[in-house]
Design a protein. Structure first.
Length: 135
């Protein structure tokens, strides 16, 4: 219903409680499919809290990434100093159709990754592409 959507968007956008924001994002992802809900989830990929950014990426991984969400996920994967959010973004990109510029950005990112979890997720995201530059 519209009132619930407005309430969840307000909570996700204005709450100072990361857990409440993440819960609202999950409710939006699972209960609403319109541009207002998806825009709120996409906007949370740039939230000040790494936990919220990671939560938003996990929601998108669960409900399915749309083309307009790929660039913000790639940007999140490239962000410095947020390993949980980076990993969640890379996992969300697995199985998603990537534009050549996104593939290039991820190939460049691969060289700087220091953990096996992120490298594995990145390779899974690129698995459907021919990426000889990684070898």
């Amino acid at each position: 219903d519209d009132a619930a959507l407005v309430e969840l968007v307000a909570l996700a956008s204005a709450s100072q409680d990361d857990a409440a924001v993440i819960a609202a994002l999950w409710a939006l992802g699972r209960g609403f499919d319109g541009p207002f809900a998806r825009g709120t989830i996409r906007g949370a990929l740039a939230h000040a809290s790494e936990d919220v950014r990671a939560g938003a990426a996990r929601v998108l991984a669960e409900v399915g990434v749309r083309p307009e969400e790929v660039a913000p996920l790639v940007a999140l994967a490239q962000a410095e100093g947020a390993p949980r959010a980076r990993l969640a973004a890379l996992v969300a990109l697995v199985g998603v159709e990537l534009a050549p510029e996104h593939v290039e950005a991820l190939v460049v990112l691969h060289a700087g990754l220091e953990d096996d979890w992120s490298r594995s997720a990145l390779l899974a995201a690129l698995a459907s592409r021919s990426t000889p530059a990684l070898w």
